[in-house]
Write a protein that binds this ligand. Structure first.
Ligand code: 3Y8
Ligand code: NAP
Length: 249
């Protein structure tokens, strides 16, 4: 009898959860608990860390988890590393459901940096109006460059902000290009800072930047250990079926 653990928090994880639920397969959807009201799921949900790789291994054993699908975000590197460690230790089949990196197209004005620290260094120099669309967790890093006027987009209303000169938009994606274009024009944005998240939910700002001729500082993904990676739900269902999961219909 199979019992899946989906490490979630992305558009792809949500699409997989619906497919798994529709197939009547036993599964649990896991959130870290980063935001106040995470999207409801058609599966049982658990919220919160596992307590490192050993905690995850214990969870797998105590809950008779038979397969793990790591459908977390490409920047959720620690969770992905822990999943590899725990699934190796417990001999549990693991697959990653991720999305291809975004690549620049004609008209894009991208400058790549290897990580968030390098993006912060790139922001030294004269003040600009910067759309800092990388969420909340790394805002403190950008306090090293307080000279800019920042537009921040956050999932929840912030309690305190480490940046003296900023406007805040509270919004949860997926986002649309027209809305992001209007937002960037309204705030007279001169530079966009973005993670190379991939997928459709966060790319609106890049399409808007191209249309408006605004440069983008693109933060490359953290490097992860080797694992099987799939990029759509059909592939994930096929992998599950070949890993012994009886797909209902
Ligand atoms: C808690 C669970 C769906 C899935 C929604 C995707 C798309 C919209 C775009 C911008 C970029 C950012 C951020 C972003 C997007 C999807 C997807 C995606 C980027 C939710 C969610 C959780 C989180 C956590 C949150 C982080 C933050 C990052 C905001 C749910 C809404 C910036 C990533 O306040 C915080 O602590 C926020 C933390 C991790 C990155 C950061 O460093 O702050 N995501 N986002 C998950 C958990 O608890 O396990 O409510 O649905 C999910 C989604 N956010 O179709 O509904 O799949 O990528 N999420 C980035 O790309 O840089 C916003 O504003 O342009
Ligand atoms: P992270 O830095 O890789 O993980 C840090 C710790 O958070 C993990 O070691 C684990 O704690 C816990 N954790 C992370 N994801 C979890 C999950 N799905 N279920 C249970 N525990 C989880 O992760 P992150 O970047 O903070 O991402 C957190 C969540 O937000 C993930 O669900 C991710 O998919 C989603 N998300 C992240 C981004 C982003 O930009 N980072 C963007 C969109 C969505 P323990 O060690 O205690 O087990």
């Amino acid at each position: 009898m199979s019992n899946l653990l989906i490490l979630g928090g992305t558009t792809e994880a949500n699409a997989l959860a619906k497919a798994i639920s529709d197939q009547g397969i036993a599964a649990v959807y896991s959130y870290a608990g980063r935001v106040e009201t995470p999207r409801p799921q058609p599966l049982p949900v658990r919220i919160g860390g596992f307590g490192g790789p050993d905690g995850l291994a214990g969870y797998i054993q105590q809950n008779a988890i038979t397969h793990v699908v790591d459908a977390t975000h490409p920047f959720a590197a620690q969770m992905s590393r822990n999943a590899i460690t725990a699934c190796t230790a417990t001999k549990t089949p693991l697959v990653a459901l991720t999305r291809p990196e975004w690549t620049a197209r004609a008209g894009d004005r991208w400058r790549h940096v290897p990580d968030i620290a390098a993006a912060v260094r790139e922001l030294s120099g004269a003040p600009h109006r910067v759309f800092l669309a990388v969420g909340r967790m790394h805002l403190e890093d950008f306090a090293a460059q307080p000279q800019h006027h920042y537009l921040l987009r956050l999932v929840d209303e912030p309690s305190a902000l480490p940046l003296p000169n900023c406007d805040v938009v509270v919004a949860k994606g997926p986002f649309a290009e027209d809305d992001d274009r209007a937002l960037m024009k309204r705030h007279d944005i001169e530079l966009v800072v973005s993670k190379n998240a991939g997928g459709s939910g966060a790319r609106a700002k890049l399409d808007a930047a191209r249309t408006l001729g605004i440069p983008v500082l693109m933060i490359d993904r953290p490097v992860l250990p080797q694992r099987t990676e799939l990029t759509n739900v059909v592939q994930a269902l096929d992998w599950l079926s070949h890993s012994g999961v009886n797909l209902g219909v």
